[in-house]
Design a protein around this ligand. Structure first.
Ligand code: ZN
Length: 722
């Protein structure tokens, strides 16, 4: 899953609040808190959070004060006489969002990167208050009426196109929150939303409980042959925790993967695969115990009802309403086309894998628990790629030099380390982005290494968005967070190529924010960008990590200075295409299933989950899992996360990023061409944030609509361009 998260501004922008709260007067205690509370002292436009002073004990007072101030300001906004205009409606709301973001942004950030018991408690205590406030705003009929009045006023035509989009986006989001419905329907909408949020949580809990409840105790170490020493050590530690001899295998992903991909013992692989593929279902070793069957039925039924209440034919239509894709059928066509193109390669991949497995003395027919295992062996033998052995060529200082040099080549901005700025941990670095004239364009925090109390994974988040107010311009500030292996004695941080990709990916999200030229916060940077287009800037950056002309300049052995050998570069490129056909049809299978599940739902028939996924597999899959496989029962992306009728977004955005990157290759990769294509990309797309529909921005850059060919070439599914 991608590490991108929406910033607080976006989360709360929609949310502006009702005139019902009595404004709370600032008493003397609050005044004292204000004087000493670092969450409240930072008011100036471009002052960064005071991370060296903020403590969990500051959260409650700061949050209460800001929410009270926002609620009284909201009462003034909706109570104001006369027709609303930009200055009396949008600007003060934007101000309110910013104020909340200055308090809650650092708190939720610290909750992620310094998740001590104290920070968790402070965050969890504040979260319901922020959620309530957000709901008040998004459910405010009075506020909606103000926006509606603004959109129908004579002044609307005088607003800039970007400002108009802000107002129209706002109205759309209000409508999609059930505003404007007759009271009985609105009440039903509210009940459905509450119930759905409960069901989503329970779905995820069932999956987690199913993972927690299963383990396999192994006393014969020989059964773990093939697994890495680190994985075996972990299994031993897990057993020791439970006061058991030997080893304990569990179903969390790293443990499952360590067995499924590496264990030589076929029966062991079969056993863990069976438990994993039947999590939270009516099958497998825990059949019926954490069964999500009924929850899925109810979730799909309520989603359908919600969509119909809002005037859509089905939930898939509601989902694409805020996306780049125009209609569910367009998405289906896209997926089927991709499947048709990838299937021959996938069949070839499978044939090759079967032949290899037989040659290795494996079974005549590959079962699901054999696929990852023999794929890994085939990858090793055909590519000879050893990720760990390449680490010395990817030392963090060199990687950063290469990345910064690339961005400078593309967009003409420089990165300057700011040692004077304070962060939340000594290993965090702060950089300033400077324009050609040395002017400050933005800042970012780089928190690269894993450590205790830091959430796993990698992500980019917004600290400050770009906005222009009467006080001046606020420049964007990003958090880039990764979890790389920390530097060891006398060594810099040495990354794998995969980690380099992660850094470039998150940096791509970061540049979307940092390079924006849009002055309206609601649509600047990553804000207001369609969900299925948001991975364009990030995946675009990954391409450079496979580009020989780039790797040659910076991928050097940190001790000897030797450049990464050509044959290693070729292997990296080949690894990108390894079994790309199989990987593509698998993603299409999930995306098509998700789309049809939501598009074709009929209340009288129910969800028909199993029948539907089998039908999708008949149509696109190359590998057939066993009949007991219950993958949808743990498909949290669509049943508990934000990807319902949107799982296709991964592939959709990849088409855009591959096609955008190919424009650079076509124009040439020398310095002059890079800058000229980079400038066009920046001006037509990257700097525009959500100020226009993504389809328009893409077309402005590429001069045509997106084509799938570049992605197919990238994955080796069709021949390279001559
Ligand atoms: Zn991402």
């Amino acid at each position: 899953m991608c590490g991108y998260r929406h910033g607080i501004l976006q989360a709360s922008h929609n949310s502006i609040s009702p005139p019902c709260e009595t404004p709370r007067h600032l008493n003397s205690n609050v005044f004292v808190a204000h004087m000493t509370n670092p969450l409240l002292t930072e008011r100036a436009l471009n002052v960064l959070p005071l991370f060296d002073q903020i403590q969990p004990s500051h959260v409650e007072a700061a949050l209460d004060e800001v929410l009270a101030a926002n609620r009284s300001q909201l009462a003034r906004i909706v109570g104001a006489e006369g027709a609303p205009d930009w200055q009396s409606l949008v600007e003060p709301l934007d101000e309110m969002n910013e104020r909340l973001s200055r308090v809650w942004g650092p708190v939720s950030h610290l909750f992620s990167v310094n998740s001590t018991a104290e920070w968790r408690a402070a965050y969890n205590a504040g979260l319901p208050k922020v959620t309530d406030y957000g709901l008040e705003l998004s459910q405010s009929e009075a506020l909606f009426k103000k926006f509606e009045a603004l959109s129908q006023s004579a002044g609307f035509a005088a607003l800039s196109a970007v400002q108009q989009k802000v107002v129209l986006d706002e109205l759309r989001d209000f409508r999609l929150s059930g505003i404007g419905l007759p009271p009985a329907k609105k009440e039903r909408y509210r009940q459905i939303s509450l119930r759905l949020s409960e069901l989503n949580t329970r779905f995820e809990e069932n999956v987690m409980d199913a993972i927690q409840a299963w383990s396999l105790h192994i006393t014969d170490e020989a059964r773990l042959n093939g697994m890495s020493p680190a994985a075996i050590e972990l299994a031993a530690a897990r057993a020791a925790d439970k006061k058991l001899e030997g080893y304990l295998l569990t179903l969390d992903y790293p443990s499952f993967d360590a067995v499924n991909t590496f264990a030589d013992d076929r029966e062991l692989r079969r056993e863990i695969y069976t438990a994993f593929a039947t999590r939270a279902s009516d099958q497998g070793p825990q059949a019926g115990t954490f069964d999500n069957s009924e929850l899925m039925e109810e979730i799909l039924k309520l989603r359908h009802e919600k969509a119909v209440l809002l005037g859509f034919a089905n939930y898939a239509e509601l989902s694409v309403e805020t996306k780049m894709a125009q209609a569910p059928d367009e998405v289906e066509k896209f997926l089927l086309d991709l499947a048709a193109r990838a299937r021959p390669a996938a069949q070839q991949d499978l044939k090759e894998l079967e032949a290899f497995a037989r040659q290795q003395g494996g079974p005549q027919k590959l079962e699901s628990w054999d696929v990852a295992y023999y794929s890994e062996k085939l990858k090793e033998s055909s590519l000879g790629l050893n990720e760990d052995a390449l680490r010395p060529y990817f030392a963090m200082p060199n990687v950063l030099d290469g990345l910064f040099a690339l961005v400078e080549q593309l967009y003409g901005v420089a990165f300057v380390r700011r040692e004077d700025q304070r962060a939340w941990h000594p290993s965090v670095e702060v950089y300033e982005v400077q324009g050609a004239g040395g002017e400050s364009r933005g800042m970012f925090y780089l928190d690269a290494y894993a450590r205790e109390n830091k959430r796993s994974g990698a992500w980019m988040d917004e600290c400050h968005g770009r906005r222009t107010t009467a006080q001046g311009r606020q420049i964007p500030v990003a958090y880039l967070v990764c979890n790389f292996r920390p530097p060891m004695d006398g060594q810099p941080g040495l990354l794998t190529h995969d980690e380099v990709l992660t850094l470039y990916h998150e940096c791509g999200h970061g540049l979307h924010l940092l390079m924006t030229q849009v002055d309206e916060a609601a649509v600047s940077g990553i804000n207001g960008v369609e969900w299925d287009a948001v991975e364009l800037p990030s995946q675009f950056m990954e391409n450079w990590c496979f580009e020989p002309s780039q790797l040659k300049t910076w991928a050097r052995h940190w001790q000897t200075g030797e450049a990464l050998p050509d044959d290693q570069i070729k292997r990296l490129q080949a690894s990108r295409r390894f079994q790309a056909g199989l990987a593509t049809v698998r993603q299409v299978e999930f995306a098509l299933f998700d789309l049809r599940l939501h598009r074709d739902y009929q209340p009288e028939q129910g969800a028909r989950v199993l029948g539907l996924i089998e039908q999708v597999r008949d149509e696109v899959a190359v590998l057939r899992p066993p009949a007991f496989n219950r993958m949808p029962w743990s498909f949290s992306h669509i049943f508990a996360g934000g990807y319902a009728a949107g799982y296709y977004s991964y592939k959709w955005a990849e088409v855009l990023s591959a096609d955008a990157y190919e424009a650079f290759v076509e124009a040439g990769l020398d310095q002059t061409a890079l800058r000229s294509t980079g400038t066009r990309f920046l001006e037509s797309l990257l700097s525009r944030g959500g100020s226009k529909p993504a389809a328009e921005l893409f077309e402005a850059f590429r001069g045509r609509k997106p084509k799938v060919d570049a992605l197919l070439r990238q994955d080796g599914l069709i021949a390279e361009a001559a």
